[in-house]
Design a binder for this molecule. Sequence first.
Ligand code: SF4
Length: 268
Amino acid sequence: MDLEKTLLRKVGEAIQRFQMIRDGDRVAVAFSGGKDSFTLLEALLLLAKRAPVDFTVCAFTIEQGKFLRPIQPIGEFLRERGVEWTYYRDQPSHRLLDEQPDHGCDLCSRYRRRAVYEVVNGLGANVIAFGHTADDFVESFLRNAMFTGRLSALPPVTMSSDRDFRLIRPLCFVKEEITTAWAAQSGAPIVPCGCSQKTGTVRRKLRDLFADLEKEHPHLRETMLSAMGNLQPDRLLDPRFLDPGLLPGEAPAPQPKEAELFPIFTES
Ligand code: SF4
């Protein structure tokens, strides 16, 4: 497999299908130091040189106190390649780590989001690119369906709540075999995050489940990605998308609030 060709084809397809990048955009890559964000940065730098769309790329790293090795070698690696890289040590995240070492992802992500917008504002970028892969999309789809009672995954493209930034995930069609191979081939000084080493998490269990099932069904993740782009809402249980054949004058049944749905589905 020609790794670069495959990577650029998949990233290009995502960018085009979801209208992620336009002429004049300045794209800031959220660079965590892991294989996925490294692959994303490289792909966007290559596309910026070759694509007909005129855009620029920079990168930034938010330090939240979870890196397992010093991050500086990454900075050197990027600067040697002429990448504009900003490193930001987020003090509130470090205080959070001191005061609540066992805090969950919700809190950590909230702190990171605030820091991201602060940093990107200073970089003059209008687009923020995240390194979520196809694996992240299918895992979050299953996680949401199984643990939150919602059919949803991650948005490949969306606007920040104040609409100041377009948030994009150009690796949505790229599986982690590709990012792993790309990172190994490039010799990038990958810096792992402490959380990536955790065992026994739902995420880890879903990964193991996919790995097991894919021994017999090798295109499982691709099929799930296709399913996410091929909704049949009238084959689900959401009355907003069903046609009960109401006659003129018949009113639709009142619908329960989302939080009230769960008792209907439980046995007791
Ligand atoms: S996995 Fe770790 S770094 Fe990522 S959001 Fe959760 S707590 Fe934060």
